[in-house]
Design a protein around this ligand. Sequence first.
Ligand code: OAD
Length: 229
Amino acid sequence: MVLTGAGISKDSGIPTFRGKDGWYKNHPPEELATPMAFNKNPVLVWEWYNYRRKIILSASPNEAHYKIAELEKYFPCFLLVTQNVDSLHRKAGSTKIVELHGNIFRTRCTNCSIEFYEDYRIFKDDELPPKCPHCGGILRPSVVWYGESLNRDDMEQAFSFANKADLILVVGTSGIVYPAAMLPYIVKSHGGIVVEINPDTTPISEIADLKIKDSAKSAFSKLNFDLKS
Ligand code: OAD
């Protein structure tokens, strides 16, 4: 099982959330990533998502995304759980994947709940906040914000997999956002192995059986799979 966070996409040019160059440096999560923030100022929140969409659309997967996509071919029982909304794992070819926090290219109506997939639009300033073509309600990014529940099926899939996983590879996450951060503890609790790849120390480092203190791209480019034999 693999759990990824924003750090894996940093080498693809997408900022992380926390840290000195992170998204939250100037605007903390409560100003950008909560239903309250959206109700108060949907234009500000949409400006942030528009900006992130632009950066993400120009980004490509890196070695770490590609190597993880390769892993699923070798293990019949495999699951990638990502907190990232950037689609880079899918672009790299991963198919056994749960996007626990949603996807930035999905939009849904706050009024009639209709959902639009593969919505790659970048909205102009005077189109913000965008409106639903069906009912005129305000559209929102279909991602999970603080204070919102995760999709029940995604949760079920991720947590039941963790309950039986022999090993979890934790890549590029600060490990402080729950419930995603629980997954390594679940694997550890039934005797599974925890491997962490992160240049920094996180709460997960304490329970890691193996800690690779390196960037995801560099660590994965040194890994040469010979899993066929
Ligand atoms: P964070 O920004 O909290 O943490 C990024 C992690 O990546 C840190 O631990 C860094 O040390 C590490 N990192 C930095 N560069 C790296 C590199 N090149 N290779 C590997 N690791 C690197 O991002 P997340 O843990 O993903 O949720 O954040 C979790 C959630 O908080 C996000 O999904 C988002 C955010 O608020 C929601 O929006 C609900």
